[in-house]
Design a protein around this ligand. Structure first.
Ligand SMILES: [Zn+2]
Ligand SMILES: [Zn+2]
Length: 387
């Protein structure tokens, strides 16, 4: 039985020594293996994983490797477990941990910074300067679950106490997996961008971050909130999450329509979530002079950008990595207060052992899948459509 020295456990939550864990083999290949249940160290807890959402970045990692970085290199064939958007129950406390209790339901942030570099000291722990330095003799304390350390497609995982967000009992497991996605959108708009009520926002690309970006912007009091995309069913969900206007870029010229819908002028913010080749050039023409463009998507190819337009118009362009400055706590507060219904983007649930099927649903958007969740327990053996 699991009883590591210095670790507090409870008979209410018996923990086995080994667990089922999916590991990444060759590109595109996932294998179900047995692994030891990890042991929490100082300032860490053990989380029993109850639900994990599949993210577009998981698909990138599983099929192409990046942006995961295991032992300083590509993640394939290293017994690495991907998955980063998970929630669960605290079942063991590392030495001296009294910030959390066994049995507490939590959702988790992805990144625990090293806590000692310049960026961590500024609160930008998702941009930790010791990123990925957590292998071999080099242990700077940095963790990015499912990116540089084992993630959530398994039954148990350790998490730094700073990455935990307590959730209320009336928030479902599935909804709790979406907190980190809403937190990422929030970090881009508010903590990095400085969005305040009354400012105008365009979100380009109605994927999960884009759709929850709409919801967060609206909840923050942005006006108007405009969503662009190519699929009417996604744009409809965007409306339900708070978009004042939607633009199907197949039918309308996006830049012109944004100006028309915003009283003939550019907007204050663009949250770019499409990764389309010309997205940056369009975004810098959607914002007003002095406007801000937050880039949240990963385009595959390098693309030319009209730098002169950026310079002449004093436009701010910044990338966002993850969910820094504890933005997840603020996103969870919105969700707990029912300021928006994030579950509108959850479409399917599968048992953990059906992960390859779940991945296929997410990747090929089977049955219009948006957020697909896997659960280690409590999910029946067949798929459950959310609506
Ligand atoms: Zn993600
Ligand atoms: Zn750091």
């Amino acid at each position: 039985m699991y009883a590591p020295v210095g670790v507090k456990t409870s008979t209410d939550y018996p923990i086995p020594d080994t667990m089922k864990a999916w590991v990444l083999g060759n590109p595109g290949e996932l294998l179900l293996r047995d692994k030891s249940v990890p042991v929490p160290k100082k300032a860490e807890v053990l989380v029993r994983i109850d639900a994990v959402a599949i993210c577009a970045t998981d698909l990138e990692i599983i099929y192409y490797g990046r942006p995961a970085l295991i032992g300083g290199g590509m993640p394939h064939n290293k017994n690495f477990t991907p998955g980063h958007e998970y929630m669960g129950t605290v079942v063991a406390l590392g030495p001296a941990v009294d910030e959390h209790t066994i049995g507490q339901r939590v959702t988790v942030e992805i990144h625990a910074g090293c806590g000692q570099c310049k960026r961590c000291r500024e609160g930008m722990y998702t941009a930790c300067l010791n990123y990925g330095l957590n292998y071999g003799d080099v242990d700077k304390g940095h963790r990015a679950n499912g990116f540089t350390t084992d993630g959530g497609f398994c039954e148990y995982q350790v998490n730094n106490i700073n990455t935990l967000v307590a959730i209320s009992d009336d928030m479902s497991d599935e909804e709790a997996t979406l907190v980190v996605t809403a937190g990422t959108a929030m970090y881009g708009l508010t903590e990095l961008g400085g969005l305040v009520a009354g400012e105008s926002v365009v979100v380009t690309g109605p994927g999960p971050i884009g759709l929850l970006g709409v919801a967060v912007a609206k909840a923050m009091g942005a006006c108007p909130v405009i969503l662009t995309g190519t699929r009417d069913n996604r744009l409809k969900i965007g409306r339900e999450l708070g978009a004042d206007h939607v633009i199907n870029v197949r039918n309308e010229e996006a830049v012109k329509s944004v100006h028309r819908l915003n009283g003939g002028k550019g907007v204050d913010y663009v949250l770019e979530c499409s990764g389309a080749p010309n997205a940056v050039n369009e975004a810098i023409r959607m914002v007003n002079r002095g406007g801000k463009v937050c880039l949240a998507a990963f385009p595959h190819e390098e693309t030319p950008v009209d730098v002169a337009h950026i310079v002449r118009n004093n436009i701010y362009v910044y990338g966002i990595r993850g969910e820094g400055k504890s933005a997840t706590h603020r996103a969870e507060a919105f969700m707990a207060q029912k300021r928006f219904d994030a579950t509108r983007i959850h479409t399917h649930t599968f048992p953990l052992e059906d992960l390859p099927t779940a991945i296929r649903y997410a990747k090929d958007r089977v049955e219009d899948a948006i957020k697909v969740v896997v659960k280690a327990r409590g999910a029946s053996a067949h798929r459950i459509a959310a609506e």
